[in-house]
Design a protein around this ligand. Structure first.
Ligand SMILES: C[S@@+](CC[C@H](N)C(=O)[O-])C[C@H]1O[C@@H](n2cnc3c(N)ncnc32)[C@H](O)[C@@H]1O
Length: 210
């Protein structure tokens, strides 16, 4: 088990309830961005406790939601009873052999800061998308990362910060363009409480460039 997996197992019990502006803003940003496109089947990477899965199951006829933390998945499964969602434990930094299917949309929220090799993720995503498929990415903005913000949660011993990889904006766009995507939309988001500071989230909709 990796340190990150263990950290999310520990975090899972309070992930939905502790104060977390990034989590809340991501939920709003995801609805805002994905309401503009149509899709039936979705692959959700790093679904966590199912915060966005709950909305995706209302929009899609089939959702496959994957995560490598059993703790996070257990919370998601307890919350979401829809029969057209399948939760699969898997590490997306390794080959995506958990499904043979292709999807209309792949979503990826607040997970890539834990994954070093973006190129690998974009290559796999391209292969798992049907023609004209979309790849949605929502991440803590790199400007925030430059200022030292990391995924963090409260424990009995105090604040626990997770080690993260910094991906620049050009790292995302390069990985996308090199792996057969075009950029359909790029949008930044600010939480109400941090309007006059750097953006909190960066989101992209990439489209398969067939
Ligand atoms: C900050 S949480 C975000 C969860 C959810 N996407 C959301 O927006 O609420 C990051 C999630 O990514 C998962 N994760 C991180 N690295 C992963 C990997 N290599 N494979 C699968 N899941 C991973 C963690 O277990 C955790 O559930």
């Amino acid at each position: 088990m990796t340190i990150i997996q263990k950290a999310y197992d520990n975090w899972s019990e309070i992930y939905d309830s502790n104060k977390n502006k990034t989590r809340d803003l991501d939920q709003k940003a995801t609805k805002d961005m994905l309401s503009k496109i149509t899709f039936d089947s979705v692959l959700e990477l790093g679904c966590g406790t199912g915060k966005n899965t709950e909305w995706l199951v209302q929009k899609a006829t089939q959702v496959v939601a994957v995560d490598f933390s059993q703790g996070m998945l257990a919370v998601a499964k307890a919350k979401i009873k829809a029969t057209h969602v399948l939760f699969i434990p898997t590490d997306v930094a390794k080959n995506w052999d958990f499904t043979d299917q292709t999807f209309d949309l792949i979503t990826c929220n607040l997970i890539l800061e834990h994954i070093e090799n973006l190129d690998f993720i974009f290559r796999q995503a391209y292969q798992k998308l049907g023609n004209k498929g979309y790849f949605f990415v929502s991440e803590l903005h790199p400007f925030k990362q430059y200022l030292g913000t990391k995924a963090r949660y409260e424990t009995e011993k105090g604040i626990e910060e997770l080690e993260v990889f910094v991906h620049h904006i050009s790292d995302f766009t390069d990985a996308a363009l090199q792996n057969g995507f075009k950029i359909r939309e790029l949008k930044e988001f600010w939480h109400d409480e941090d309007e006059k500071t750097v953006p909190r989230l960066i989101t992209f909709v990439f489209e398969k460039n067939d």
